[in-house]
Design a protein around this ligand. Structure first.
Ligand SMILES: [Zn+2]
Length: 328
């Protein structure tokens, strides 16, 4: 079962989380594989989307926010768009749009950042958004401080967290066809730290510096975690191996009903709204050509069909079948 573990280091300004997506991740991959139009993801795309899914759960688990966290990557390569959406209850969905061939050993930049114009966007979309209220969005490039292309989504997200939240973060991510997993270690803000340069009180100054050393030590331990270990070892073993000498205090894990799991939020009503937004002319054209309007959900594979009567109903407001079920 998929799980999220939260922990702190007692007395130290450091917190962490470990996520392992198993059934939730396999569900996402199986839905894609059964899509006869796209087929399964190539291995490098699977790794990218899996790492994004693990990171999305860690980031949602890390904030106090009642709304969806949406992690997107987009650019000018054969992978046009990757999307992961995680709800506050940790249910998630994810998909990638592929528009060209991806080589077996394709790197992140070869997939989405060929000419260094690729971007990663993090959106926080409140559950009860007021009319006119915009979701919060942060966008970071897929290159580092010297313009060098970044080849790990973990580095991109570490940059984002430093920029947007001013928080030192270490992220270790990995994914294969069974597991998508991640470890996050973050330095908690220490009061008054911003004024460190002006501190004359040496005791206070030393206290702050000391706490920073704790983070350095713990982040070195975290970075020593290998991809293979993250994918194959259970949470207990990983945390014990890395932090057995540290004052680790763990919280009740989120597993099963409360843990990360696949769930799609598509429904016939929203698809109907989308079709309506195309306009009468466009929709009539599609019906003339195909006899119906058929829309598939990229996230879960559900197919929504609107016959001429359903489609006409969308425009007259007298839709007889707006609450009808989807065809899976
Ligand atoms: Zn769906």
């Amino acid at each position: 079962m998929s799980e999220l573990h939260k922990f702190i280091f007692e007395g130290l300004p450091v917190r962490g989380m470990l996520v392992r997506l198993t059934d939730a991740w396999q569900d996402i991959l199986a839905r894609r594989a059964s899509n006869t139009t796209t087929g399964a993801y190539p291995a490098p795309v699977r790794q990218l989307l899996g790492e994004m899914a693990a990171a999305g759960v860690l980031m949602q688990g890390n904030i106090k926010f009642n709304g969806a966290l949406v992690l997107q990557i987009f650019g000018d390569g054969p992978v046009k768009l990757g999307v992961v959406e995680v709800q506050p209850d940790l249910s998630l969905r994810a998909t990638c749009t592929q528009v060209g061939e991806v080589a077996d050993n394709a790197s992140l930049s070869e997939m989405v950042n060929v000419n260094n114009v690729g971007r990663c966007a993090i959106t926080l979309d409140p559950q009860d958004r007021l009319p006119g209220q915009q979701p919060y969005q942060g966008v970071v490039p897929l290159f580092g401080d010297r313009g060098e292309k970044l080849e790990n989504i973990s580095e991109v997200l570490e940059h984002y967290m430093l920029q947007s939240e001013q928080l030192d973060t270490v992220l270790v991510l990995a994914a294969d066809d069974q597991v998508a997993a991640g470890l996050l270690i973050q330095r908690l803000p220490v009061e008054g730290e911003g004024n460190l340069a002006g501190k004359t009180d040496s005791v206070e100054r030393e206290a702050v510096l000391g706490q920073s050393e704790d983070f350095s030590r713990i982040s070195i331990l975290a970075k020593s975690l290998k991809r293979e270990e993250l994918l194959t070892l259970d949470a207990e073993t990983i945390l014990h191996r890395l932090f057995w000498e540290e004052p680790l205090a763990r919280f009740e894990p989120f597993i099963g009903e409360t843990g990360p799991r696949f769930a799609c939020r598509c429904n016939r009503e929203r698809v109907g709204q989308m079709i309506r937004s195309l306009g009468t002319e466009e929709v009539e054209g599609i019906i003339a050509e195909q006899g119906q309007v058929e829309v598939g959900c990229d996230f879960c594979g559900a197919q929504y069909r609107f016959d001429p009567v359903d489609a006409a109903g969308l425009f007259t407001g007298l839709n007889p079948d707006v609450s009808g079920g989807s065809v899976h």
